[in-house]
Write a protein that binds this ligand. Structure first.
Ligand code: ZN
Length: 334
């Protein structure tokens, strides 16, 4: 699975420019799905039919293809680029970093001189230097979007890369499609667009799929770094089953079912209450008349930085739990 994680995390794909990631995924999953299509917003919707007939219903699984990025808003007379964030980009993560545009142009992030010493600069005090000397010789234009440029590495049980959020979720679903043999549900596996700027892809794809149950696979933060937040999620302790984040409360019956399945099958898990941030499951949950929705999260350190770290064992646990969940009726309780 490491190769697909490398490939996906290194691929270019800020929100609204997910084409390359989509192509990569479409090629990888083609041998394992019955149908796949791309909708008007760019979501990749794959269907793998149930292994029994009739199917117990439609189960939608979602992971987002997009990553955070920087969009060029202005090019000055010397060819320096000013930018706006695409999704949750923080100034501390940027300085001296490298970014890449869709046309392959590389850039370095610099800072206005007087902000250098004393305080955290707002994004407006930073700029991208692509080596241009004027707008005329600048290889990118206003409206072009850059993503972080950073190679993947594996060390011990950890995987580190930019855009683990949420290419690790995409990788789990690709691997899931490759491995799943037994499913009582028609599986709609959706690789969504534009999560980082407001769950757009999940909203429209859920409307189209009209699932009976939905599960998003995304990342969550951890509480296991020095002076970290008191959060009961650690790297290497298993897949995180979401209880709540700042956008949604996971369906309690679905969450309980996931916990019971993990306990019955000995899959390591943790319970997640996330203070800041939400996922596609928020949009899935409020689709049409409402959909029971839950989240399997991969614990991730340094989220929304160019070096997001996950643990292979947690990724494996997420995959194993998904494989188990689709093989039996999902008991939602009441
Ligand atoms: Zn995410």
């Amino acid at each position: 699975m490491e190769e697909i994680v490398r490939e996906l995390t290194e691929a270019y794909g800020p929100s609204g420019a997910e084409g390359r990631v989509r192509k990569l995924i479409a090629e990888r999953i083609a041998p394992y799905v019955d149908e796949q299509r791309v909708d008007a917003l760019g979501n990749l919707i794959a269907l793998k039919r149930a292994s029994v007939s009739p199917a117990a219903g439609r189960l939608m699984l979602a992971a987002h293809m997009d990553e955070i990025g920087l969009i060029v808003s202005y090019i000055d007379e010397k060819g320096f680029l000013r930018f706006h964030p695409v999704g949750g980009v923080f100034p501390l993560t940027l300085l001296g970093g490298r970014v890449v545009f869709e046309n392959g142009t590389l850039g370095v992030i610099g800072i206005e001189e007087r902000w250098r010493e004393d305080k955290i600069p707002p994004l407006e005090k930073l700029f991208i230097d692509v080596g241009a000397t004027s707008p005329a010789d600048c290889p990118v234009r206003v409206g072009d979007v850059a993503g972080f440029h950073r190679p993947f590495f594996a060390q011990g049980t950890r995987w580190v890369g930019k855009a683990m959020d949420d290419r690790i979720g995409c990788a789990v679903l690709v691997e899931f499609l490759r491995q799943v043999k037994e499913s009582i549900y028609d599986l709609y596996v959706v690789f969504t667009v534009q999560e980082e700027i407001g769950l757009r892809g999940a909203a429209v794809s859920a409307y189209g799929v009209e699932p009976d149950v939905a599960i998003a696979v995304d990342i969550t933060t951890t509480g296991d770094v020095p002076e970290g937040e008191k959060m009961a999620v650690e790297l290497g302790k298993g897949v995180a089953i979401k209880v709540k984040d700042s956008g949604m409360i996971a369906h309690p019956g679905l969450r309980r079912h996931m916990v019971q399945m993990a306990e019955r099958t000995g899959i390591p898990y943790q319970l997640e209450v996330l203070r800041r941030g939400t996922t596609d499951a928020y949009a899935l949950q409020v689709s049409r008349e409402g959909v029971p929705a839950g989240v399997l999260s991969v614990p991730t350190r340094y989220a929304h930085t160019p070096s997001e770290m996950v643990d292979q064992r947690d990724v494996r646990a997420a995959l194993d739990l998904l494989l188990r969940l689709v093989a039996q009726p999902i008991e939602l309780g009441n």
